[in-house]
Design a protein around this ligand. Sequence first.
Ligand code: ATP
Length: 286
Amino acid sequence: MAYGGLVVLRGIDLDVHRGEVFALLGPNGAGKTTTVEILEGFRRRSAGEVRVLGADPERGGDAWRGRIGLVLQSWRDHRRWRVAELLTHFATYYPDPRDPAELLALVGLTDQAGRPVDRLSGGQRRRLDVALGIVGRPELLFLDEPTTGFDPEARREFHVLVERLAREEGVTVLLTTHDLVEAERLADRIAMLVGGRIRVCGTPSDLARRAAAQAEVRWTAGDGTARRERTKDPSRLVWQLHRDAEGPIADLEVRRPTLEDTYLHMVHRADDGTDGAAPAGRGGHT
Ligand SMILES: Nc1ncnc2c1ncn2[C@@H]1O[C@H](COP(=O)(O)OP(=O)(O)OP(=O)(O)O)[C@@H](O)[C@H]1O
């Protein structure tokens, strides 16, 4: 995908399975929204092949669109509407909508039902966005940075809601986020998108295992200097140090990198232009 001469996606190949929560994780400007807009049919791709629920999004009709729920990054302008009215109005677009009152309870907006939309807080607006996104009982839900502006409690409630939609109702969720904790908590699989390329893709535990493959050992040497070494076999290194020191190793610390370390490492490598991105998906479609 290129905007004029600016290439922003460089050969993304991914495959989201039915019923899974898939997180596209990446820093600002990585290309997450562009990817999602292409999948939603809002943006014409420059090249490549895309299928979403069996259709090319550029040619998806009303019936196709009705099977998809969207929670976009930018707020649509419905300021003059009251919360419950807006939701009830949106419900009429769909053949089998959720009950607006139940939905307000589900997203924690019952007390704000009669309030005009422009009097909601940022987090409450986001919850309303989510309610609007799921009122039509979508099979596939796109959530573009859904928890921006949420306080920790709202974030947790939102996570529980997404888990419920996925586990109990079998909704496929494609989520974009730059919050690693959110991706780890919610996603069955995570793709890290940096600089328009997918750097890694796998389950949170796959990614954590990859991240932790090399441990960092830190200690203070006999001459008082601080030392650090990365190794796949920290117990061996510690054993050697212990033997060489003929006793305890000063300030010994063995640390496995976290997923966050790996993510930040990838982001920095991409910034430096020293990355060698690997293809992530197996090709295919939802
Ligand atoms: N309409 C547009 N015209 C030109 N360039 C664009 C347009 N939309 C996005 N871009 C550029 O494409 C790149 C990817 O942007 P995109 O919004 O897809 O990233 P993102 O990962 O969603 O970022 P964020 O986390 O900040 O929302 C950025 O360099 C951005 O400046």
